[in-house]
Design a protein around this ligand. Structure first.
Ligand code: NAD
Length: 276
């Protein structure tokens, strides 16, 4: 199962499906990421706050896979926003990963009332200009935060990574991103595996194709053009979640899935979240 890539707004290629490692402890991350790399994943999504950049880097080193075949994303945590602190935090992330560049560096949350995301992003622009991040972007930015950032900086973010799944379809953000050439990356693409995978509409479609509910949900994302980063530490699920390129949902399925939107957030509201 070969994962297709999308072309980001600066020409960098990004696999449309990757492996997320939130809540994977550092001492289990090397094993989980190793399993994912063996299963064919080439994109890994970590963050400083996940405290597993070290294990992730160990798996990358142990894999023997050429660096240019991998796509590694990490994120700047809230406490490190600001120009100088961002440069220091980025050095520390690279060091823990054991890499000399990342493919994508993201501002984890906008924290709009702190007023620091623009200075933070200016440091990101320097990091990219120095060749230490192939692409830069943001996470959890609402359209109003992106509007402000676009007005105050030069490099259009390549990616906005936001909570997105069939019960939170994010039409407004997706349309904004499309207008500005920003790729939409879905976090918690499986709705964290809670109720979503038991929704009768999804179960019925999964039975129609002989696939699992998780595979149907991932297929929905891919057909919408989203980048997805499902997480699992279970080898059979890690394999299942990348085996989504051999079937196609039809228009009726897509219409049925479109009707599941209920603006249901599992995570925090980005306008409010300022936890440090
Ligand atoms: P997810 O939607 O990927 O769900 C993961 C959970 O679903 C697993 O823990 C497991 O319980 C279940 N699951 C996985 N595969 C399954 C399968 N095939 N069948 C049945 N159940 C299955 O949730 P997530 O981990 O929250 O999100 C994915 C990634 O997104 C994270 O690991 C992280 O990299 C990223 N993320 C980013 C942010 C952010 O603020 N930028 C926030 C949350 C997550």
């Amino acid at each position: 199962s070969k994962v297709p890539s999308i072309s980001l707004n600066n020409g960098v290629s990004m696999p449309q499906l990757g492996f997320g490692v939130w809540q994977v402890p550092d001492d289990e991350a090397a094993k989980a990421v190793g399993t994912a790399l063996d299963a064919g994943y080439r994109s890994i999504d970590t963050a400083a706050i996940y405290e597993n950049e070290k294990g992730t880097g160990q798996a990358i080193a142990a894999s023997g896979i050429a660096r240019e075949e991998l796509f590694v994303t990490t994120k700047l945590w809230n406490t490190d926003q600001g120009y100088d602190s961002t440069l220091r935090a980025f050095d520390a992330s690279l060091d823990r990963l054991g890499l000399d560049y990342v493919d994508l560096y993201l501002i984890h949350w906008p924290m709009p009332s702190k007023g620091t995301f623009t200075d933070t992003y200016k440091a990101f622009e320097k990091i990219q200009a120095d060749g230490r991040a192939k692409a830069i972007g943001v996470s959890n930015f609402l359209p109003e935060h992106l509007e402000q950032l676009l007005g105050e900086t030069s490099v259009v973010p390549a990616v906005n990574q936001i909570e997105l799944h069939p019960q939170l379809q994010q039409a407004e953000s997706r349309a904004f991103h499309a207008r500005h050439g920003i790729a939409t990356e879905a976090w918690s693409p499986l709705g964290q595996g809670k109720g979503l995978l038991e929704v009768p509409t999804i179960v019925a479609i999964s039975q129609k194709y002989g696939k699992t509910p998780a595979q149907v949900v991932l297929r929905w994302h891919l057909q919408l053009g989203n980048v997805v980063i499902p997480k699992s530490v279970t080898p059979s699920r890690i394999q299942e979640n990348i085996d989504v390129f051999g079937f196609t949902l039809d228009d009726d399925d897509l219409a049925a899935l479109a009707a599941l939107d209920e603006a249901k957030r599992l995570g925090p509201d980005p306008a409010e979240f300022e936890v440090v």
